[in-house]
Design a protein around this ligand. Structure first.
Ligand code: THG
Length: 274
């Protein structure tokens, strides 16, 4: 499974400030730390900041590329100008994060994917919002798939993202996402690839359950066929599961208990591990 490191992003305290101040040190350190932790690809996330988007993206890509020249980048921004500024300076094949099934977003990002011969993430989301169950996710996935064909982009460059929702507000959604990941495999031959932003599952949860929930979700999604995850490559519990041999997932009591929550067999509450 492809591990995409999530930590070069504006939301994170140290790196976020450094990105704004053009202070290369902390950005470089975070890039190296994630690759040493086992990241295959690094997400470069500008967040909602649109001011100086293109300049910021070009600068961060330059800093990260110099620090870890053998690591591919996943450019994470809604701003098309910032995306293109980053794509222009990437030396290895980048991943565009992301389009969705929304027509305007497809028409913006698919031409970039075509021109720069990138891979691209497609979020299961339409003009009506985030998909709510497995079958709505398949509908969104089909729209994205058809659009790639329309633009003559090979389907093996697509990663579908079922879009995870926090377990604290939508507990039944984890299994809907797992079902969608399994169904993406049947939409095309060869099967379509999938990716998730793992941390979405624990948004709003207390610190001590974050890592167990993320590790548990991986333990459910990998058997469903998950191909990639945007995650923390320096978290031992999560990386233990991500790097398990096929059919031999490295779980423990805490992960198993968290899996019962994600399977909706135990009701989530902040103290479910106590
Ligand atoms: N799918 C796709 N892309 C995504 C997401 C997704 N990109 C953004 C996000 N979800 C995943 N990336 C991040 C990036 C940074 C952090 C979390 C997820 C992050 N978290 C802080 C930390 O760990 O220090 C905490 C932030 C907080 O205080 O809440 O930095 O689903 N395709």
């Amino acid at each position: 499974m492809l591990v995409i490191g999530e930590k070069v992003n504006v939301m994170s305290k140290k790196v976020g400030a450094a990105m704004k101040e053009r202070d290369a040190g902390p950005v470089r350190d975070m890039a190296i730390r994630q690759v040493e932790g086992g990241a295959d690809v690094l997400d470069v996330n500008l967040g909602p900041a649109t001011k100086n988007g293109p300049e910021t993206m070009e600068w961060v890509v330059g800093v990260v590329q110099e620090a870890v020249p053998d690591t591919r980048l996943c450019l994470d921004t809604m701003n098309p100008e910032a995306m293109e500024a980053g794509l222009k300076v990437c030396k290895l094949q980048p991943i565009i994060n992301s389009t969705s099934a929304e027509r305007a977003r497809l028409e913006t990002f698919l031409p970039l994917a075509k021109t720069y011969e990138t891979e691209i993430i497609g979020l299961c989301m339409t003009e009506k919002g985030v998909s709510r169950d497995a079958s709505e996710r398949i509908e969104s996935a089909s729209v994205i798939m058809m659009a790639l064909m329309e633009y003559d982009i090979p389907l093996d460059r697509l990663y579908l993202d079922p879009l995870l929702l926090p377990v604290s507000v939508a507990q039944q959604q984890a299994m809907e996402a797992a079902e969608a990941v399994a169904m993406f495999k049947h939409l095309n031959d060869p099967p379509l690839k999938s990716v998730v932003g793992l941390s979405n599952i624990y948004n709003g949860c207390p610190e001590h359950v974050k890592s167990p929930l993320a590790a548990a979700l991986l333990a459910l999604l990998i058997p469903a066929g998950l191909d990639a995850a945007i995650m923390d490559p320096n978290d031992d519990l999560q990386m233990g599961v991500a790097r398990s041999a096929p059919g031999q997932l490295a779980t423990n009591d805490v992960i198993e208990k968290s899996m019962t929550v994600l399977r909706n067999e135990t009701l989530y509450c902040d103290s479910y591990l106590d």
